[in-house]
Write a protein of this length. Sequence first.
Length: 754
Amino acid sequence: MSESSYPSVKDLTLEEKASLTSGGDAWHLQGVEAKGIPGYMITDGPHGLRKSLAASTGETDLDDSVPATCFPPAAGLSSSWNPELIHQVGEAMAEECIQEKVAVILGPGVNIKRNPLGGRCFEYWSEDPYLAGHEAVGIVAGVQSKGVGTSLKHFAANNQETDRLRVDARISQRALREIYLPAFEHIVKTAQPWTIMCSYNRINGVHSAQNRWLLTDVLRNEWGFKGIVMSDWGADHDRVASLNAGLNLEMPPTYTDEQIVYAARDGRIAPAQLDAMAQGMIDLVNKTRAAMSIDGYRFDVDAHDEVAHQAAIESMVLLKNDDAILPLDAAASKKVAIIGEFARTPRYQGGGSSHITPTKMTSFLDTLTARGIDADFAPGFTLDLEPADPALEAQAVETAKGADVVLMFLGLPEAAESEGFDRDTLDMPAKQIALLEQVAAVNKNVVVVLSNGSVVTVNPWAKYAKGILESWLLGQAGGPALADVIFGAVSPSGKLAQSIPLDINDDPSMLNWPGEEGHVDYGEGVFVGYRYYDTYGKAVDYPFGYGLSYATFEISEVSATKTGANTACVTATVTNTSDVDAAETVQVYVAPGASDVARPKHELKGFEKVFLKAGESKTVTIDLDERAFAYWSEKFGDWHVEAGEYGIEVGTASRDIAASVNVTLDGDNKSLPLNEWSTYGEWESDPVGGKVVAAAIAAAGTNGLPTLPDNAMMRMFLQSMPINSLPTLLGEGGKTLASYLLDEYAKLTKNITE
Ligand code: BGC
C-alpha cells in the first residue's frame, strides 16, 4: 500500500476528519483507532529531545524530562558554519526520538535575530537569513533522514518575546521576502520539513494561524510545501478561520472539534479544504510509521555525547587573542587560576520549552580533573544577577595573584535570558565585570570565557582581558570542548552569526523595539544587523562572520565567471599559512551596484568551511544563483535582478574582504507597462516609451506638440513628472504631448503583443 493511499480521507467520517485537525493532548496527535491512524507523540526540540516525564498524561513539566543529549543550542551551533556537522546533530536527535517513540521533534527555529535583546535569540540562528537557512536545513534533513519529522518554527516573524502572543509585526513585503522568510523558504524548497509551526504573533494585522497569504499562498502555492502546519501552543484562536487559512493542526487541543464539524456542514469550510487538511495529517502519520514501529531501539549515549562534543568545539568564537595568550600549554607547568562559578556550574542551554535533561554533564573543572590538569579554582561570584559577594571576590583576587594565567568564566545566568521575555540590557552583570577589573589589577594575563545565549557588550571590559573566547551555550559536552580549545588540541573555528555592536542603541531596530500599543513597526526594513552597520559605515565591536583561529590563512586567486544571464560561479583558493591544523570559512558577499531601490552594501550569498592541515591549500567553488543578486520588488510583486555590475566579495568576515571581483549581469528585463502616472523620465528610459518620446521630440511644433525646455532646472522638473502633470509645465502643449505618448505607445505595444 502506498504511503498516502491508506487510509484516505475518503474512508473517514466528517467527525473523524475534524478530529485529525487537533491534538489528542498537549503532546500527541489525535488518532482514529477504528481507521488505523495512531496518535503519535510530538514534542520539543530544538537542540535535543525534551520528552516530559509527565507527557504520557499530556502534562508539561519543563524541568522533568527523559534524559537526552543536549547539543549546543543554535546560538552556538550557528557559529560553526558547518552544515554537515549540523546534519549529524539532526541524525542523532532523530535516533533519540526513535528510542522514545516521538514522531516529530519541534524544531529548528529559524526566526531572524532582529535585535540581540530578543529573548529567544539563544535558540535562533542568525541575523542573516542565508546563513540561518543554510545551517538549520541540516537539522531538518538530518532528523528526517532517519524517518522522524521536524517542525520548522515559528512561521513567521517571531522576533521578540514582548507581547509575543498578540503583537502585530508590521513588516514591508520587501523585508518579509528578503529577511524574515528566506530561511523558511530555503528549507522548505530543499528539505521539505514534514511540519511547520506557525508563530503566535500577527503579521500585518493577521494572526499567523489565520494568515492564508502566509500558510497557503506563499508556503504551499509559491514554495511547494507538502507537509502540515501546526499552531504554536495556543496560537490558534479561531479554528474555522485557521483551517480555511491552511492550518492543519491545532495544538494543544481546545476540545472543540465540533466547531469544525458544524462549519463543514453549514458551508463555512469547503469539503475540499477539510479533506486537504485532514489528508495532510494522515500523510504525516504515514511518513513516521516506519520509525515509530521500531521497538526496543537504544541510541548510543556515548556516540551522541561525542557528536555534542564536536559540535561544541566548532561553536566557539575566539574574539581576542593578544600576545597569542591562547592556547595554553598544559605541559608547560604554568600555574593556571580558574575563576568564575560557570567553570563549575556551566550555563549550557537556554530556558523555556527547549530546556532538556542531559544524558551527561561534564563541567570545565571536571574535565581538568579528569585530564590531570592542575589549576586553582575560585568561584568569584554566585549565579544570581546581584549582589556581589565580597568574600568570594577577595578569594578570587588572591587566587589570581599567584597565577601565570587566569581563565575567567563569565556570562549570563539563567535569570538574564529565556523564552518568554526580552532582555533589557546587552551589558554583562555588573558584579562580574567589577570582579574582572579587580582580577586584571593583579594579573595581566587574563582570558575571559563567555557563556551567554545572545550577544553581550564586550567593548566596555575588553581592555581587562588579553583573550576573549565567546562560547555561547555549548550543550552537555561544553567542558571537554572548552578544554580542547583552550589547551590547543583543536583550533577554534567558529564565526559570528550575529554582529556584536558597541552599544545596543546602535542597533537599527532600536527606534522600533519592542513596539507599542500592540504593534511593532519593522522600520529598518531590510537593514538588519550587518546590512545596516556595513551599509552606513557604523562602527561595531566585532562584525558578522568574524572569528579568530590559532592558525593564519590567506585567500588568493579569487575569480567569478558568469554562468548564465544572471548567475555566476566563484572560485577562491584558501591556504593555511601557519604550522597549526585548523579550519577557515570562506564567505562570499554580493555587493549590488547602482539600483532603483536602497540595497544593503553587501549580503552573504555563499560560504564554505574548509579544514586545512598546516601549509595546505584548497580551492573552493561557490555557485551564485539568480536569487543571489535579486531584491524583492514591491513594484513587480516579484524578485527582480537589475542589469549591471555586481561586486563579488570573498573574505573571512563581512569586514574582512580579501578580494572583490565584478560580474556584469544581463538583468531579468522585467518592466511594467507605462501609463499616465509614469514619469517623463520613466518614459524616456523605457525601450518602447523612449522611441515614442524621440518621435514626439522630432515632431515638436507640429500638431500642437510642444518644444521641450532646454533649461537644466526645467528639465529636472520634467524628468520626475508623471505625464498627466505635463500641462503644469508645458500648458496645453503638455496635454497634447501626454495624449500623443499614450496613443503612440498603445499602438506600438499592441503591435508587439500581436
Ligand atoms: C513555544 C514553542 C514550543 C511549544 C511547545 C511554545 O510556547 O513557542 O517553541 O515548541 O511551546 O512546547
